[in-house]
Design a protein around this ligand. Sequence first.
Ligand SMILES: [Zn+2]
Length: 374
Amino acid sequence: MRIEQHPLTASMPGTTRTLPSLHFGPETSTRKAYIQCALHADEPPGLLVGWYLRQRLADLEAQGSVLERIVLVPMANPIGLQQRILGRGLGRFELSSGENFNRNYAELSEAAFDRLQAILRERAPNLAEVRTVLRDAANALRCDTELDSLRATLLGLAIDADLVLDLHCDNEAVMHLYTTNWSWQTFAPLAGLLGARAALLSDDSGGGPFDESCSMLLGKLAALIAARTDHRFAAEFACEATTVELRGETDVTHDFARTDAEAIVDFLIHRGYIAGDPVAVPTPCTATPLEGSMPVPAPVGGVLIHRAPLGATVSKGELIAEILDPSAGSLTPVFSPVDGLLFARESGRVVPAGLRIAKVAGSVALRRGKLLTA
Ligand SMILES: [Zn+2]
């Protein structure tokens, strides 16, 4: 295991934070898997899974079993980890800017295209050449703020990977994942191994989340090259990425984390990154469109009482929660908007009107526009 330390641009003198990345496998390998833990710093299940992965990968490397490059970022967001207000952690948004740590990653296709001009005068670039200019473009990103620096560092570590796993969690949730339609075939075995109950697919969820910033880039670059020259390069979908939601934010147990890390190792064996006999993959869940994942807002503010268990299959119009207004003495029912799987719920039990208190994964695409929460 080789450890690299990446100092972030300090927002104030004397406050430099450092992001570690752990590197396994032969540096000369052309294939690379990238795994990062808790980009939203208050989503700790991935931090424990990362700790198990770190040990397993080190052992496997010592045995000579890591066949390709694997990069693990065991704590992707030291900025968010330190953010606390009145005793509570707040790791989803950067406090000084209000920006979500998992949005607004740089779109590097134009910068990469500029750097490929010399090659494009003669021929299409190959994948190795494209990845070289992508790394250069990520390294050249302007980092005035600590947040810019964090985003550029993470993007630079992942931009030349074939496989990207971004480990998050929801408030209260069953295991689920997000990926693109075209990568579902790749990640269906991971969903099966992890025991995911839902897989939400979208080719552009909006907002530039980390996984899509990696997986969409080569397709965008290929489109730019096709539109501006006669050349094509045959690597449009060379990077496949998924965001894995490791249940809920309090689901931090050794049993869960050990099992989840082992599922990821089994997936890497299945993909040929680690030597070993692939285990039988359990039948994965049925994937549904992200456009069919329906957030359920609280119709009024008050005390939230969930009435349907996590992971329940619910019907449109079925009671899933109630909200108590203790001053008026009223109980307002909340119904599922669609048939589907109740895969995530709000963890707070006092909620304002409009807050999303549950998510139901339906099979019919009903939403458009930006599909992720802020
Ligand atoms: Zn998250």
